[in-house]
Design a protein around this ligand. Sequence first.
Ligand code: IPE
Ligand code: IPE
Ligand code: MG
Length: 261
Amino acid sequence: MNIYCDKSKLNPLKLPRHIGIVMDGNGRWASKKHLPRIAGHRKGVERVQEITEFCGNIGIEALTLFAFSDENWRRPEEEVGGIMGLLRWYIRKEHKRITENNVRFRVIGDRRKLSSDIIELISALEKDTYHNTGMHLCVALSYGSHGEILRAVRKIVEKVKENLIYPDDIDEQIFESCLDTQGLPPLDMFIRTSGEYRVSNFLLWQLAYAELFFNEVLWPDFDTEKLIELLKQYSLRERRFGMTPEQVSLKQNESAIYLKR
Ligand code: IPE
Ligand code: IPE
Ligand code: MG
């Protein structure tokens, strides 16, 4: 029994294995309060800590957070610099806690565009948490799904050129093993805050059968209560993967019998 699920009245058997969140609305949160945009990003980082801890406690296997997109490099230099500063601060401050909490940390995206000291901080945390066995915390940084897919295609072409695989061998499994998210469980749940109804180049391949949740809350206001509410909605959704409702309930009954054994 998981006491955190119990306290939040969540059914541990109906939780997503992997949640992806587009943490949007930091700038609007700050503007509403007549604060500079960076104040919204700062508050956003506090929410990252809260949501990450909660997801780990209830037994989520992987959490992927969209922190900075490939397209966000187009923002004013001052804002990009401010976000990078927050990132440094976050990794330095959280290194010990993430490592000791058994979290497995990874960054996905084109890290070559990040400054060398940030790359070092990230690599050190990835290395120190590599053998951890708890939740995967995956931060999408300088990330764009198109770029990720193209990198995967290049890796596959190299393998073909080296005669390690034949073109006919290329299947979903091989393709997924070349994505930045390789080894993570399938994405079950997608959340975007701030009332924007788009995916903005986030995990396009992985979203194929995820349940989508768009909500109006600005990310700096997105708390554990809100996540619990969405998780309850998730638990009521019927995921059919192309099958009929009858087939789905038959499968559920079968696995219930199997679990009872
Ligand atoms: C999301 O908040 C954080 C990043 C993209 C880095 P925004 O900065 O996009 O906030 P809004 O959408 O302008 O309110
Ligand atoms: C998406 O938010 C990226 C992150 C949350 C990090 P944006 O605010 O950059 O997305 P668009 O440009 O409005 O679609
Ligand atoms: Mg935005």
